[in-house]
Design a protein around this ligand. Structure first.
Ligand SMILES: [Zn+2]
Length: 262
């Protein structure tokens, strides 16, 4: 099936129909930017490339780029704590990948594994992430199996207290067409990072240089998150338009069209 490139009014329609309120108690549970998640009342709103495996990659890459030390095990423990326990960690694969290959159907993790240099992580760090993800899944963390093909036709960058189901059936003159969007929930990712940096410092998971504090860590983590998003965007979402979706408390939102992904 051919994917549909969504225009502004179609994105508007999708967001209006698919928005859902973020649940405060579970707001730090994540999912991937992948557009194939089904509408489900338990779907985490916090969309970040590679879900929690991608988050670990961001932390390790930040340490590599800015030259500070990390304690891998403590990074993992801290992330578990921030999401509310190991069972709340999220990873995913898809039905096309071999079942025994962990995260084999997650485009982001696949790309990081194949070209770690481009994401500023080492093969050893990638191996560590996979090892911990496997252990976590054995202890109740969720690896979701996404179904169907990729049909993402836009990229949404979201802020505010709502999530968006990424799949939507568009009614056109040619009949009903299933569409999808990639999503990055910047608002929730930033909120999680604010808590995460505090805990990383407190748990001594990172050893920052003299004079560098939590705020510094937050800034550099945010910067790497964006780098990773752009790196994977250039591979999986090339040519798609980025739309910013800003939600108000009451669910109203403004939609702004920005650049296309290069
Ligand atoms: Zn993924």
């Amino acid at each position: 099936m051919n994917k549909v490139i969504l225009n502004t009014s179609e994105v508007q329609e999708l967001v209006f129909a698919n928005k859902y309120k973020v649940v405060e108690g579970t707001k730090f549970i994540s999912r991937c930017i992948d557009g194939r998640y089904q509408a489900d009342h338990n779907l985490p709103a916090l969309a970040i490339a590679g879900a929690d495996a991608g988050e670990m990659a961001v932390i390790f890459a930040t340490a590599n780029i800015y030259g500070f030390e990390v304690d891998n095990e403590k990074v993992f423990e801290t992330l578990c704590k921030v999401v509310g326990g190991i069972k709340n960690l999220r990873f995913h694969t898809d039905e096309h990948a071999e079942a025994e290959v962990l995260m084999g159907g997650c485009g982001h993790i696949k790309n990081i594994s194949q070209t770690p240099d481009d994401f500023k992580v080492t093969p050893a760090q990638v191996a560590f992430i996979k090892k911990k993800a496997k252990e976590a899944v054995g202890k109740g963390a969720v690896q979701e199996v996404l179904k169907g093909d990729h049909m993402e036709g836009a990229v949404l960058v979201i802020t505010g207290p709502y999530g968006i189901f990424p799949q939507y059936v568009l009614k056109t003159s040619d009949g009903n067409i299933t569409t999808q969007v990639f999503e990055f929930h910047k608002g929730l990712v930033d909120a999680r990072h604010k808590v995460l940096v505090k805990e990383l410092v407190k748990n001594k998971a990172v050893k920052l240089y003299e004079g560098c504090d939590e705020d510094y860590l937050y800034q550099v983590l945010s910067s790497t998150t964006e780098d990773h998003l752009m790196e994977i965007g250039g591979r999986l979402a090339k040519g798609l338009t980025i739309y910013s979706v800003a939600f108000e408390e009451n669910g109203e939102f403004t939609l702004e069209e920005s650049d296309k992904i290069q």
